[in-house]
Design a protein around this ligand. Structure first.
Ligand code: NDP
Length: 309
């Protein structure tokens, strides 16, 4: 059987595509991937998504997306798509459980993943105090001293979140300025228990069975400094989850997929892209949802033009 619409990914882009595709009668199948719900599952308060005047917690928001997609009959499958073949008019995908499917349209909504520092002590102490998710793990370090690395909105958001739980938060910034928006920077700089350490890179995260501290190196004078912390949160950006598409789809040098302007169309007919997999500029839940909608409408039009629906 050739399915009408297959969606790969389960963040705001994937579920919005599913809601639109399901309501249009495309009977979409949505593969969640290995991190169902995507980045919002590791996000605390979302205050800027319209319709939630009091804010909403990321995982709660994803549950609402799931309910809405299921209400219209989306077939949600908790498997990872690990291979695709976009060579013909009928697209083929394979899941890590060995399932092979064929579809007339594929909507990619695979998002992006957190980046890591890449030092051995980070790997050694992963989940023993090293984390990329303050919301998931901050709770375990209530009343303790912790560190956050990064200088973007994510790092500021995490530092601020942790400042409400922890005794002290060090924010480790590798330059003498932050990339984060002004409002987020001000929030951090005005929080008494956040100390920003400027011009510092992480030499090593210290500890054997659990994080006990970190050794930082000053990038200006080369001096080192040790901080005693129980947790080390990495918040240094993301990379797009697009490796399985590299033989088929146009992407930029980082791996972000390229949609033709004003649409969700890729260079392959019937394959559409949405969300953070194609967006390195805005990267918001609302823009991901918006492009998920675009992808579903483009898929529906494509199917209609081909006389499939
Ligand atoms: P960004 O790419 O914006 O920032 C990454 C930060 O990490 C940069 O400051 C970078 O430093 C630093 N960094 C990168 N590699 C290293 C390293 N090896 N060691 C130390 N520091 C490093 O990522 P974010 O995840 O913060 O944000 C991504 C996007 O999401 C942005 O557009 C942001 O605005 C948005 N966002 C919006 C939010 C909101 O509106 N509420 C919340 C969170 C994110 P350098 O500056 O020196 O390159």
């Amino acid at each position: 059987m050739v399915h009408k619409c297959l969606i790969i990914g389960s963040g705001p882009a994937g579920y919005t595509a599913a809601i639109y595709a399901a309501r249009a009668g495309l009977s979409p199948i949505l593969y969640t991937g290995k991190d169902p719900g995507g980045q919002l599952m590791i996000t605390n308060e979302v205050e800027n998504y319209p319709g939630f005047p009091d804010g909403v917690i990321g995982p709660e928001m994803m549950n609402l997306f799931i309910k809405q997609a299921e209400r219209f009959g989306t077939d949600i499958r908790y498997e990872l798509i690990d291979k695709v073949d976009f060579s013909g008019p009928i697209h083929k995908v394979w899941s890590d459980q060995g399932t092979e499917l064929e579809a007339h349209t594929v909507i990619i909504a695979t998002g992006a993943s957190a980046k890591w520092l890449g030092i051995p002590s980070e790997t050694k102490l992963m989940n023993k105090g090293v984390s990329a998710c303050a919301v998931c793990d901050g709770f375990f370090f209530r009343g303790k001293e912790v560190a956050v690395v990064g200088a973007g909105d994510t790092a500021c958001e995490e530092a601020h979140y942790l400042s409400k739980l922890c005794k002290k938060v060090y924010l480790i910034v590798r330059r003498d300025e932050m990339r984060a928006s002004k409002i987020m920077q001000e929030r951090v700089l005005n929080t008494p228990n956040i100390e920003v350490i400027w011009n510092a890179v992480t030499d090593e995260i210290l500890g054997e069975e659990e994080v006990t501290g970190a050794r930082l190196k000053n990038t200006v004078d080369g001096s080192t400094r040790q901080i005693d912390v129980n947790a080390f949160f990495i918040a240094i950006g993301h990379s797009p989850n697009t490796a399985i598409f590299k033989d088929w789809l146009d992407m930029d040098e980082i791996g972000y997929l390229i949609a033709s302007p004003g649409s969700a169309k890729t260079n392959r007919e019937g394959v559409f892209v949405s969300g953070d997999a194609q967006d390195k500029v805005y990267r918001q839940a609302i823009t991901a949802a918006g492009t998920g909608c675009m992808a579903a409408l483009d898929a529906e039009r494509y199917l209609s033009e081909k006389g499939i629906v």
